[in-house]
Design a binder for this molecule. Structure first.
Ligand code: COA
Length: 157
C-alpha cells in the first residue's frame, strides 16, 4: 500500500454530509410509497460524498450491512439523509447513514432507514490506498468507533 496520507486523523464532523431530496411520483410504487432502491441510491450518494471528503480520494462502495425499511415515505415528503464516518481502518472506512421523512404540512418527521456502508479509498490505479484515521470526540462518536471494529471483524469472517 502507498505511503501514509499527509493528514493523520480527522474528526467525523469534518466530513458529515447532509442531503435533502423530495419524493416525486416517479420515485414511488402505485401506492405512492418511495421505492427502496431509490432511497438506497440517495443513501449511497450521501455516504460516498462523506467517505470521499474524509479520504480526499475516490472511494468505492464495497459492502452494505443489514438494511431495514422502518417506515414508508410518501409522495411529497422531504427526505433528509445524514452520513457520518464512524471509523477508518487502512483503506476502508465505515459510514453510518440515517434517513428521515418529513411531511410538509404537519412537519411530522420519522426515521425511515439506517445502515452502515463500507467504502474503500482508491489510488489512480483503482487499488486500495491508506486513508486518514478518525478521531472520535463525543461519547456517541467513541461508541460508534469502538463498535465499528466488531462490525468489520464480523463482515470479514
Ligand atoms: C474496492 C476493491 C478494489 C478492493 O479490492 P480487494 O481485493 O477486496 O482489496 P483488499 O482485499 O486489499 O481489501 C481492501 C479493504 O477493503 C476491505 N473489504 C474488502 N471487501 C470487503 C467487504 N465485502 N466488506 C467490507 N470491507 C471489505 C478490506 O477489509 C480492506 O480494508 P482495510 O484496508 O481497511 O483493512 C475491490 O473490491 C473492488 O473493486 N470492488 C468493486 C467496487 C465497486 O465497483 N463498487 C460499486 C461502485 S462504487
Amino acid at each position: 500500500m502507498p505511503a501514509l496520507p499527509r493528514i493523520p486523523s480527522k474528526s467525523p464532523s469534518e466530513s458529515e454530509t447532509i442531503m435533502t431530496e423530495v419524493v416525486y411520483p416517479n420515485d414511488t410504487n402505485p401506492m405512492g410509497m418511495l421505492h427502496g432502491g431509490k432511497l438506497m441510491q440517495w443513501m449511497d450518494t450521501a455516504s460516498a460524498v462523506c467517505a470521499q471528503t474524509h479520504a480526499e480520494r475516490i472511494a468505492a462502495t464495497v459492502s452494505l450491512d443489514k438494511v431495514v425499511f422502518k417506515s414508508p415515505a410518501k409522495i411529497g415528503d422531504i427526505i433528509t439523509i445524514k452520513a457520518r464516518i464512524t471509523r477508518a481502518f487502512n483503506s476502508s472506512m465505515e459510514i453510518f447513514v440515517q434517513a428521515w421523512a418529513r411531511k410538509v404540512l404537519s412537519r411530522e418527521t420519522k426515521l425511515i432507514n439506517e445502515a452502515y456502508f463500507t467504502f474503500v479509498a482508491l489510488d489512480e490505479q483503482a487499488m486500495p490506498v491508506a486513508i486518514p484515521k478518525v478521531k472520535p470526540g463525543t461519547a456517541e462518536e467513541k461508541r460508534h468507533y469502538k463498535q465499528a471494529l466488531e462490525r468489520k471483524t464480523n463482515r470479514n469472517n
